[in-house]
Design a binder for this molecule. Structure first.
Ligand SMILES: Nc1ncnc2c1ncn2[C@@H]1O[C@H](COP(=O)(O)OP(=O)(O)OP(=O)(O)O)[C@@H](O)[C@H]1O
Ligand SMILES: [Mg+2]
Length: 248
């Protein structure tokens, strides 16, 4: 990995961050400091608050209390948001050709492209379908396009919310290769996944969320070999959480 370039948006720091919606505390007492480059993976059961946390980190929505800073700048700063890009589980593509989807992003005022359209198409192996309407691509192709489109602005931070959830092993491998490629460009990645194998393959550190709280934040080797809390042990070992029915 090439860590030579200092990432201007690190460290990420959260202090006493909480979010309540409709009287439900969805995130609470979040204190976190992420200093390391590479892939930080956010794990946890459905509804643990992973997507909500990712959105707050990207400045999509505001916490009720607490502070989030990137490289000591507020998460709300335009200059911070402009250096970040997000890829969602369901790719959101423009009703244009594959090439036009990339062109649109490459000419944005805040873009600092590190790769040309041709290089991005090559990287995602989409050169042959460059003039095809983006929405006619297969699911795996659409996700590759969404990924290189996010990469096109030359971000310092990428947020990936279950980018391989609907993909087969080959298509998943493609996205994992793209993630490694971005990591080698010193782009810091925050990855949400339910794929434990993927988390083991890619993570430098792991944040384990449980019911809106950070149960554990540790380096990946420690997390997978010696998870600290009972919840994270069960999660790593694939033990299903007790359902409300089983408690009756
Ligand atoms: N806008 C909202 N209004 C009310 N509740 C919300 C809102 N957004 C999320 N929630 C609730 O917050 C909780 C956490 O949601 P979130 O989407 O972050 O979970 P997640 O960990 O990403 O789960 P999954 O693995 O299923 O994607 C859920 O119980 C959800 O219903
Ligand atoms: Mg989610």
């Amino acid at each position: 990995m090439n860590d030579a370039r200092q990432n201007p948006l690190l460290p990420l720091e959260l202090k006493s961050v909480a979010l309540t919606i409709g009287g439900r505390p969805l995130l609470s007492g979040l204190n976190l400091k992420v200093t390391t480059p590479g892939v930080t993976t956010i794990l946890g059961h459905n509804g643990a608050g992973k997507s909500l946390l990712l959105r707050l980190l990207h400045g999509l929505g505001t916490a009720d209390t607490g502070t989030i800073t990137w490289g000591r700048q507020s998460v709300a700063a335009t200059a911070v948001k402009a250096r970040q890009a997000m890829v969602f589980q369901q790719p959101i593509l423009l009703r244009r050709s594959v090439a036009a989807n990339l062109d649109y992003v490459l000419q944005l005022p805040h873009a600092r492209p590190i790769l040309s359209r041709k290089q991005l198409l090559n990287l995602a192996s989409l050169s042959a379908v460059a003039s095809q309407p983006a929405r006619t691509l297969s699911g795996g192709e659409q996700q590759r396009l969404a990924f290189v489109r996010a990469l096109a602005t030359g971000p310092d931070i990428m947020f990936l919310d279950e980018p391989t959830a609907n993909l087969d092993p080959d298509a998943t491998q493609w996205i994992e290769d793209l993630i490694k490629n971005a990591r080698a460009k010193s782009i810091k990645i925050f990855l949400v996944t339910h794929d434990i194998g993927q988390a083991r393959r890619l993570s430098q550190d792991v944040i384990f969320l449980n019911k809106g709280r950070i149960e554990e934040h540790t380096d990946a080797a420690s997390f997978f070999h010696r998870p600290k809390s009972a919840y994270s042990q069960q999660f790593v070992n694939g033990v299903l959480p007790a359902s409300p029915q089983s408690a009756q």
